[in-house]
Design a binder for this molecule. Structure first.
Ligand SMILES: C[S@@+](CC[C@H](N)C(=O)[O-])C[C@H]1O[C@@H](n2cnc3c(N)ncnc32)[C@H](O)[C@@H]1O
Length: 469
């Protein structure tokens, strides 16, 4: 809901007594309704698993100058592929038709002067011919012709054929009496990639390409290699879950992931070794990047601690880095027994490990460390986990604390706000969970019986919260 409100798709108001929040679709939000004349099916198109599979080949394609990621993923060009896959082809055509309805409607209404002196116009690469039909209907003095591959021309509907002429051919060979060319630029429509990763991997200057500092993080041999994020977020199983987001609003008991795969993400990971490996790689690479900054720039949070338990610590990457930076501190990784079994020997030799369930019991220590844990769970579950944490630590006067690394949602002026919202929607799709504002965190802390907290906004889009009993 937060994403929809912040994207201005839904507005929030209060009822007359001011007690109840009311939600309304904004004019842009109405564009998502199926029966809206300008309904936009782009969301469905961009979450097709076949497209996301192609995304996984992006880094490899840099090593093979003649290959396009889509070709590497599917063994044929995008155009050949959609000609063989009806559902994808239909998704593509639907997207182009809706795009034409929206943009051409604005073009013919607001920019009618560009058609004023024309007697004829050829629309090249037309798809369904929607754009040409709208132009022909609005400017009957312009003779409109649609031009596309013969197999596409065959599919143009009858109501378009009556107002426009059609010619089949190859635009690389010949374009009939070209007066104005419409190319809708599908493949350049990639604006969401930048904000997701907030990196611009390649800069270009005088035809020379070089990796920027952030771009280097994508290299496999870089110590903070973020390649696993790319593989994880472009995995088709996740994107299929994204397609069920709208449907899940009507079924309050299922997360989008459960609707797509008939089981929870946790069960799915336990059955799919490859995806599970990608997830563990993702968390380990994230820990390497973030924990390096934490132990160097925020070492004061570990001051005076003799022991620390990393709850939900995965394969122990974070605990190992903390132990290496503060060897006087006894670090223990606590996670489900089957995860503890995956801790590598090099980590085992310097950190302790215990298998168990954080909802039942957390081993006692001076501090409990929770990195990327609470955003996976509902408010009720977070309160249960936090109560177990409180039972495990000494009073505030004796140095007891919980250290949380998670997102504290900012506002739209923050540089990383879009990225924070991306994670918020990801948590909603995968786990039915969410990111939280400071106010929401405060409510949880109070309910779990904690007295005070401090927030350090020191880690880009994430924060460190020190929580005191
Ligand atoms: C998102 S991962 C975070 C891993 C690690 N903290 C990091 O940031 O790299 C969540 C972790 O919580 C663990 N977990 C889930 N349910 C748990 C439970 N009931 N008790 C203990 N750990 C649990 C998972 O096994 C997983 O390792």
């Amino acid at each position: 809901m937060l994403v929809l409100v912040n994207s201005s798709l839904i507005s929030v108001d209060r009822n007359e007594s001011g007690e109840e929040e009311l939600y309304f679709l904004t004019p842009s939000g109405r564009l998502l309704l199926k029966d809206h004349p300008f309904n936009i099916p782009s969301f469905a198109w961009f979450s097709f698993p076949e497209l996301n599979r192609a995304g996984q080949f992006l880094s490899n394609s840099f090593h093979q100058s003649n290959s396009v990621p889509f070709q590497m993923a599917h063994g044929m060009s995008f155009w050949d592929f959609i000609s063989k896959h009806d559902e994808l082809n239909k998704g593509f055509q639907d997207r182009m038709i809706s795009d034409s309805r929206l943009t051409i409607s604005a073009v013919v209404n607001e920019c009618s002067d560009i058609f004023q002196d024309l007697k004829s116009l050829v629309d090249v690469g037309v798809g369904s011919g929607t754009a040409a039909r709208l132009i022909a209907e609005t400017f009957p003095h312009v003779k409109c012709t649609v031009y596309d591959l013969p197999c596409v021309i065959e599919t143009i509907p009858e109501n378009t054929r009556v107002v426009v002429d059609s010619i089949g051919g190859d635009m690389f060979e010949y374009i009939p009496q070209l007066m104005l060319k419409f190319q809708l630029g599908v493949l350049t429509d990639h604006s969401s990639v930048g904000p997701i990763f907030q990196i611009k991997p390649i800069v270009t200057e005088k035809d020379l390409y070089s990796l920027t500092l952030s771009g280097r993080i994508l290299l496999k041999h870089h110590p903070f290699n973020l390649d696993p994020s790319w593989s994880w977020f472009s995995n088709p199983a996740l994107n299929m879950a994204g397609q069920c987001l709208c449907g899940s609003f009507h079924q309050s008991n299922s997360t989008p992931f459960e609707m797509a795969h008939q089981m929870s993400l946790r069960d799915f990971l336990s059955k799919k070794d490859e995806l599970n490996r990608q997830f563990n790689d993702l968390m380990a690479s994230d820990s390497r990047l973030i924990m390096n900054a934490v132990v160097k720039e925020c070492s004061d949070i570990f001051q005076g601690l003799k022991s620390l338990v990393d709850v939900g610590g995965g394969n122990g990457t974070a605990a190992r880095l903390i132990t290496e930076a503060f060897p006087h501190m006894k670090c223990t990784v606590y996670d489900l027994p089957h995860v503890i079994a995956t801790i590598p020997e090099s980590t085992h030799s310097i950190v302790d490990s215990i298998g168990g369930d954080m909802f039942q019991y957390i081993p006692p220590s001076d501090a409990i460390f929770l990195k990327s844990i609470l955003h996976d769970w509902s408010d009720e579950d977070c309160v249960r986990i936090l109560k177990r944490c409180k039972e495990a630590i000494p009073p505030k006067e004796d140095g007891g604390k919980v250290i949380i690394i998670d997102i504290v949602l900012g506002n739209e002026d923050d540089k990383s706000f879009e990225l924070q919202l991306f994670f918020d929607i990801t948590m909603m799709v995968l786990l039915g969970a969410k990111e939280r504002t400071e106010g929401e965190w405060k409510t949880l802390f109070k309910e779990a019986g904690f007295s005070d907290y401090k927030i350090k906004r020191a880690l880009g889009f994430r924060s460190i919260i020190e929580l005191y009993p």
